[in-house]
Ligand binder design. Structure first.
Ligand code: C2E
Ligand code: CA
Ligand code: CA
Length: 573
């Protein structure tokens, strides 16, 4: 080793090892510690020289020590290296009896002819704190402390299975406050928030311990009743809720009239799957609202007129596909630091002669329910691949992100289809990125792992869309070969006014960076939001602040203005 500092080799090694941020231990075949660096003292509370000669078992709770000895033996039979992040949920027992979450990497070496294990120990306290904070925020509504829509859905799946197994009816109440918008408009959002908290408190007061209350969003709440004797008992609970909310309510000196409309659906009487049950409760709730508010209604088959509407959408959409009446628009993604356009997101647009402009949030769910999403997704893929190739042939190399639906994601031959499509148009794979929602990637980890690995081997990027709306464990994300994270618009919307959202966005950026992933923020509408993102090191953004999704020729003129031909130098807004 070159010794430019004129200090001895041994001293140099010691200095370097002691300055390492991670704890380092040298351990022999019998599990005895032969060396420890200074960071070990910070981690464990033992001074390095006190550790020499001790068994590594002192860092483990007593019940794990025996098993660990076997692991040490196995290691020395076939010494190998192991990077960080391979084993989840490790803890180190401190001298004072406390436990520190850690991650461990292993190396092996030899000294005086004896094989040694080099153990690198990283303090994960901060990362796990952020992770549990993220978990809480991803599963709860921070205003009322109730479980959020996603978590409610998880509980509901389980409760449904149990209900069917035990042959016991399960009730679902969907609650929507009446005139909540008026309360917000008249008294302001601060009072509106307190009203929601008060509603949550009253609802909790009327329910039994086994019932589950969640806030699905805005002024929408839901109650799961897993312990019904008969379906009609759900109506009794609804009645109790109505009476509890009808009592006078005063918040910050303002007297407000509370009222709620409730829709009821029961398993197995009405449906046995969560989506249908929620939809039916929703139809019943709208019926209650139409019937004069402050009341409840139970689902009945005639409420299916909304279903007919979706049939009509389906028919028109099928025609639109056949007659090429759909369009892809492209929304720029901009580098936060330089203001340059670094990519485009392809978004579907549909104008129908009879229905007018139909937003994707309305027709995509219909396409998903009717299976039309597959041909639709195929059309999007082809159109995007052709456009990328056409731009590339004109010398405009820009990455385009395409949204992948859950059904496409589960298609067995997705990789082949994609490869064929890119080959047909001569699309450079590095210019294509697929957006997969976080919840989809987490729903079936094995499929996700496989599909995303294929994408990686094709050279296609993968962004995790709507990040933050579902709960993913960090150790799992670690193993997913994704290339970017996208933070959902829902969180960006309020980063400058809501401290919880600001914290969450900051945590996501930090976590993404610990995984080495760049972040794109969605739905940026104001300079203040952009400033926040810049301050916290977010790499890119998209949103109306820069541009909406535009037709191909318009986006081309915006990103590559003919005047100077410089790609992406134009900065609007
Ligand atoms: P997404 O993937 O989360 O797309 C982002 C949505 O945010 C787009 O809505 C976009 O127009 C909108 N947006 C972007 N910037 C702003 C902003 O600054 N403010 C506001 N208020 N909104 C902004 P869009 O185009 O209506 O699409 C809605 C959803 O429909 C998409 O959400 C995506 O889930 C789905 N979708 C759209 N196109 C496709 C597609 O080709 N395939 C599939 N599977 N889904 C698609
Ligand atoms: Ca998207
Ligand atoms: Ca999104």
């Amino acid at each position: 080793m070159v010794d430019a500092l004129h200090i001895g080799d041994a001293l140099l090694h010691r200095t370097v090892i002691d300055s390492a941020p991670d704890g380092i231990l040298l351990v022999n075949r019998s599990g005895t510690i032969l060396g420890a660096n200074r960071a070990m003292e910070r981690l464990s509370g033992h001074a390095p020289d006190q550790l020499i000669g001790q068994s590594v078992g002192i860092f483990l709770p007593p019940h794990l020590r025996e098993r660990h000895t076997t692991l040490v033996d196995t290691f020395f039979v076939q010494p190998s290296t192991r990077p960080m992040g391979m084993v989840g949920q490790l803890q180190l027992l401190r001298r004072d009896g406390g436990a520190v979450p850690i991650d461990i990497a292993l190396g092996h070496c030899e000294a005086d002819g004896q094989p040694l294990a080099a153990v690198f120990i990283r303090d994960m306290t901060e990362v796990s704190r952020l992770q549990s904070q993220m978990h809480y925020q991803a599963t709860h509504d921070t205003l009322t402390g109730l479980v959020n829509r996603w978590m409610f859905g998880q509980h509901m799946q389980q409760a449904l299975m149990q209900s069917i197994r035990q042959g016991r009816p399960l009730g679902l109440l969907l609650l929507d406050l009446d005139y909540f918008k008026a309360i917000n408009d008249t008294h302001g959002h601060a009072v509106g928030d307190l009203v929601l908290v008060e509603v949550a408190r009253r609802l909790k007061g009327t329910l039994r311990a086994g019932d589950l209350l969640g806030r699905l969003g805005g002024d929408e709440f839901a109650v799961l009743l897993p312990e019904l004797m008969a379906p009609d008992d759900a109506a009794t609970v609804a009645d109790k809720v109505l009476r509890a909310l009808a009592l006078p309510c005063s918040v910050q000196g303002c007297s407000v009239d509370l009222g709620v409309s409730i829709g009821i659906a029961c398993c197995p009487r009405d449906a046995t799957d969560a989506d249908t049950l929620l939809r039916y409760a929703d139809m019943a709730m709208y019926t209650a609202k139409d019937g004069g508010r402050g009341s409840y209604a139970s689902y009945a088959a005639h409420m299916g007129h909304r279903f007919e509407e979706s049939l009509r959408l389906h028919d028109r959409l099928k025609l639109a596909l056949q007659h090429d009446a759909l369009a892809l628009h492209y929304q720029p993604q901009v580098d936060v630091a330089t203001g340059r356009v670094v990519g485009l997101e392809a978004l579907l647009r549909w104008f129908d002669d009879e229905l007018g402009t139909v937003p994707p949030d309305r027709f995509i769910p219909v396409a998903v329910n009717t299976g039309l999403i597959l041909p639709l997704g195929e059309w999007v893929m082809k159109t995007a691949c052709r456009q990328i190739a056409q731009w590339a042939a004109d010398g405009l190399r820009v990455r385009v992100s395409v949204n992948l639906s859950a059904q496409q994601f589960r298609q067995r031959d997705l990789a082949e289809r994609l490869q064929r499509c890119m080959a047909t148009y001569g699309t450079p794979p590095e210019l294509l990125e697929l957006e997969v929602t976080e919840s989809e990637a987490v729903a079936d980890p094995e499929v996700a792992q496989q599909v995303l690995t294929w994408m990686g081997s094709l050279g296609v990027g993968v962004a995790l869309d709507d990040f933050g709306t579902g709960y993913s464990s960090l150790s799992y994300l670690h193993q997913l070969p994704v290339t970017r994270l996208k933070i959902d618009r829902e969180f960006i919307q309020n980063i400058t006014s809501n401290a919880d959202d600001a914290t969450l966005v900051r945590a996501i950026i930090v976590l993404a960076h610990t995984l080495g992933l760049p972040v794109v923020a969605e739905g940026v509408e104001t300079e203040a939001q952009l400033r926040f993102l810049r301050q916290h090191g977010c790499e890119a953004y998209q949103g109306w602040l820069f541009a909406r999704a535009l037709p191909a020729d318009e986006v081309r003129a915006l990103v590559w203005p003919p005047a100077d031909g410089q790609p992406g130098t134009l900065r609007l807004a």
